[in-house]
Design a protein around this ligand. Sequence first.
Ligand SMILES: C[S@@+](CC[C@H](N)C(=O)[O-])C[C@H]1O[C@@H](n2cnc3c(N)ncnc32)[C@H](O)[C@@H]1O
Length: 317
Amino acid sequence: MQSERLDYALNMLLEGEDINLLKKHAERISEDYRDGTGPSKRIVNDAKKAKAYAASRMPATYRAVYDSLRYVISVSDLCVSSVLDVGAGTGAGIFACTDLLQAEDITLLEREESMISIGKQLFSCDSLLSSARWIKASVQDIGTDKKYDLVTASYVMNELNEEDMLRTAEKLWDITGDTLLIVEPGTPKGYANILVIRDILLQKGAYITAPCTHAGKCPMVEDDWCHFYCRVQRSRLHKQLKGGEAPFEDEKYSFMAFSKKEAQLPELRVLRRPRIYKGHIMLTVCSKEGIQNITVTKKEKERYRDAGKLKAGDAFY
Ligand SMILES: C[S@@+](CC[C@H](N)C(=O)[O-])C[C@H]1O[C@@H](n2cnc3c(N)ncnc32)[C@H](O)[C@@H]1O
C-alpha cells in the first residue's frame, strides 16, 4: 500500500531539488543512525537533512505505521476523533493514521524546528492535514492536561535513554483515551524497547491489541526478536537516493499497540514468511502455547487457501 497523498506531497516538496545533494544528506543520516542514536544526538537538525529524511525515510516509516495500525483496527473498533503523534519528524505517522482513520483533531509534537518546517510544507499540500497543530517540544515535557483517542510514537523511543523512554511511555499512556501505538525499528534493540514498555504498561492495566496473541510472557528466546517486514515500492527518486534498481525495499519494524479496552486477540500471529510446499504450507506462529511450527494441508481447503495469502505479521485462526 502506497499513500497517494504522501507521494503527492513528497513530489511537491522535492520538485527541483538537487538529487545528489539529497542523496549525500540521506547517506549521512543513515550512517549516523547506524552509529547509534541517543538523547544527545540530534541527527536531523537542519532543513536540508530534514528534506533528505522525508525523501528517503518517510515512505518506509509511513508503511510501518500503516501496517501496525491496520492490525490494530482488525481487532478493535477503533474510532478516533483526536490523534497525537510524538517525535513526529516530518509527519509520516499522521499520513498513515489519516489514510486509515478519520480524525479531526490532529496534533504533532517534535523537538526539531527543521523537521516541523518540512512537515508543515508537506501538510500544506493535503486538505486533511492543513489544520494540524504542530508543537515544538521535547517529548519529556509533554503536558498531561489533554487526552487523545489515539497516541502514536514511531521510531522515536530508541532515541531516548531507558529512563526517559519508560517515563515517556507511562506519560503517553496517561494521556491516551483509547489506543497507544509504539513502532520501533525491527532490530533487537527496537524489540527490547517494546518489551520493557509492554511490561510497565501491562502493570498499569493496559490491554494489548497487537501483535501479541496473549498478555503472558513473550515466548521469544534470547537470540530472536519479534519483528515484521513491510514492502515499500520505490519511486524513481527513491531509487536515485538509495542507489540500485530494486523496485521495492523491505522495512523491518517492531510494534505494539495498547488499549484501554480489552480486544479479542487472534489465536495465532504469523512470525515468519510462510513456507509453501506442494500440498502443504508451514507456518511459524505465536500463540498462547508459545511459538509453534504448524502445517496446513490442502485437505483443510478454506484454511489452506487463507494460509496461502498470509505474510509475516498477519493474524491466523
Ligand atoms: C527517526 S525520526 C522518526 C520520525 C517519525 N516519527 C517517523 O516515523 O518518520 C525520530 C524523531 O524523533 C524526534 N525526537 C527525538 N527525541 C525527541 C524528544 N526527546 N522529543 C521530541 N522529539 C524527539 C527527532 O527529532 C526525530 O524527528
